[in-house]
Design a protein around this ligand. Structure first.
Ligand code: B12
Ligand code: SF4
Length: 509
């Protein structure tokens, strides 16, 4: 029996919620009366309500994020119809700002904004003792990090075996990029490193091998970063996979030395570039030394085996299609393994909102609040970029078109991939659910019919990529084609398989 249930909808099953585990770990005496209920986007609201009410809880707390706010609103609306006496508390980044404007906050009995550990525990204690907490909207108390109980033992054996384990060595960010929620933090606060590493060690001893650091800027404090890297280097094995988010322009020699010692497919670095346009960087208060970033990428590609996932944002104030395209080409030339093209989102609470009028920014009023148009990029072009991003994910990022991609991109990657993307959409009329064989066929047809590539060269490249993807034989559409360069299966040594496995895993997040 649990009188308190902590619930959330994760983006996918593999993403275990760290936030809820923090809340549970810090419930003190009430911990034994509480349980976590995690769901995955797409679950039916009535089924979730049924599962939540199974123990007849007195309090249900929901972790609300941009990806689940709509579904969670439906769940709470139903729950309040069936069991109005249950006290509903919402918290999480999505309900930490613009509280008055959100239906979900109106449906809930209490809203806790910001960090939840201390305030949720207090609120539960009061509610269970029968007294009514006076305020409906509570500003979450940020306790000193070292006073918090760490949540890592709450990862179950199933989590350890099957899910990404999110871990946090520091909270907050000192930078001020206006599109990002972390720009509202005053600075970054570290957890005590010995205590943190001890907790990670026991996860490791239980068999955990897939660690994802949620720290906003892992390479902020080089001494700390080094100790963490050394920790993993000392425990290196075949299965280990560690993910960090890093800023691009800080990679001192000591960090480089440690990074260089990680084997293939083990270290995943997410590096935000967002924009190379200096005027846009200034407008959105993003400090970034582009030349240093370029140098660091070059070093990483030449001297390390780290998988590099780089982010770019389209639709920022002051950016037009041409300047975005230049940024894409510049980033492509830096050879990250993956480029994630994201459309700007106006996250609740973020200071990017101050540019709305001056740059005629038009946003989707519903999650994910993506930019629909700006004074420089019209709606039609924004749609084209969104399709570009989805197709790029399948063709540019997935690692399946190693030989074919350069033929599509020629010497002008952005323009040429946009041409491909426009053609593919015209032909397929969809961006999702294109089967892999259809995709290979489309790329082949594009190269031959639109891309000015000779049939034989296109055939050779597509077939080689198809076979390297693990598929056997040739795709049906090639059976009647000119047989050129067939029968050559490219070697799939252990290294490439491991790398491809991780690229696919990461790309599917
Ligand atoms: C892991 C993660 C993901 C995972 C999903 C995780 C999951 N469970 O499903 C993935 C990688 C899929 C993801 C994707 C996206 N994410 Co994300 N993600 C994160 C990340 C890095 C870590 C979250 C975390 O564990 N934090 C650590 C815990 C301790 O903090 P917390 O979750 O905020 O929880 C605390 C409080 O919020 C509060 N709290 C939480 N739940 C509850 C419940 C109650 C009852 C109470 C009282 C309090 C409370 O108390 C907790 C402890 O203090 C954060 C950045 C960050 N470092 O937080 C971004 C972040 C959550 N993501 C963000 C965004 C914008 C996205 C994307 C839209 C990015 C994109 N692609 O454009 C996508 C959307 C995905 C989709 N399918 O639509 C924003 C959230 C904005 C918002 N309003 O929700 C964040 C904050 C990044 C940022 N700085 O802007 N993300
Ligand atoms: S984008 Fe990165 S560096 Fe900028 S505020 Fe957000 S977390 Fe910090």
């Amino acid at each position: 029996m649990a009188s308190i249930v902590l619930a959330t909808l994760n983006a996918r099953y593999v993403h275990a919620s760290l936030g809820l585990r923090y809340l549970l770990a810090n419930l003190g005496e009430l911990q034994s009366e509480a349980r976590i209920a995690e769901f995955v986007l797409g679950a039916r609201p009535a089924d979730m309500v049924e599962a939540l009410l199974k123990d007849a809880p007195r309090i249900v707390g929901f972790g609300v994020y941009i990806w689940n706010v709509e579904d969670t609103t439906r769940v709470i609306a139903l729950l309040k119809q069936i069991a109005p006496e249950v006290v509903v508390v919402v918290g999480g980044p999505e309900v930490s700002y613009e509280v008055g404007e959100q239906r979900i906050c109106g449906l809930a009995d209490y809203v806790i904004t910001g960090p939840g550990e201390v305030s949720f525990a207090k609120l539960c204690a009061q509610a269970l003792a029968g007294s009514q907490p006076p305020q409906r909207v509570v500003a979450g108390e940020q306790a000193p990090l070292d006073s918090l109980a760490l949540p890592y033992r709450l990862y179950t054996d199933e989590d350890v075996a099957k899910r990404f384990l999110y871990v946090e060595a520091s909270r907050g960010c000192p930078f001020k990029c206006e599109f990002c929620l972390s720009s509202l933090d005053k600075t970054a606060w570290p957890f005590d490193l010995d205590r943190f590493l001890e907790a990670i060690r026991s996860l490791f001893d239980r068999g955990a091998r897939h660690f994802r650091f949620v720290d906003r800027t892992f390479n902020l404090n080089v001494r700390t970063s080094l100790r963490i890297l050394e920790f993993f280097l000392e425990r290196m094995d075949e299965r280990l996979f560690v993910h960090f988010e890093v800023i691009p322009d800080q990679l001192p020699d000591k960090l480089r030395e440690a990074i260089a010692r990680f084997p293939v497919g083990c270290l995943h670095l997410e590096i935000g570039i967002q924009t190379f346009n200096p005027d846009v960087q200034a407008l959105i208060s993003r400090r970034q030394d582009d030349a240093k970033a370029e140098g660091n990428f070059a070093w990483l590609r030449e001297h390390s085996h780290a998988l590099i996932h780089a982010d770019l944002i389209a639709g920022l104030p002051g950016e037009d299609l041409a300047s975005f395209g230049c940024g894409f080409d510049r980033l492509y030339a830096m050879r990250p393994h993956e480029i994630q093209v994201g459309i700007l989102k106006r996250l609740r609470g973020t200071p990017i909102a101050r540019h709305t009028d001056a740059f005629r920014m038009r946003y989707n009023p519903d999650p994910p609040y993506n930019a629909l148009a700006t004074d420089r990029i019209g709606f039609a072009d924004m749609q084209r970029i969104a399709r570009f991003a989805r197709y790029w994910d399948r063709v540019g990022n997935a690692g399946r078109f190693r030989r074919t991609l350069p033929l599509v991109l020629g010497d002008s990657p952005f323009l040429n991939f946009m041409r491909f993307s426009d053609w593919l959409y015209e032909t397929a009329r969809k961006t999702h659910e294109i089967a892999l064989e259809r995709l290979f066929e489309a790329v082949f047809r594009y190269l031959v019919e639109q891309g000015g590539v000779g049939r034989e060269a296109a055939f050779d490249a597509v077939l080689a990529d198809y076979q390297a993807s693990g598929a056997r034989g040739r795709p049906a559409f090639m059976e009647t084609g000119t047989a050129v360069g067939t029968g050559r299966t490219r070697g799939t040594d252990r290294t490439r398989v491991r790398q491809a496995r991780h690229i696919v895993k990461v790309g599917s997040v």
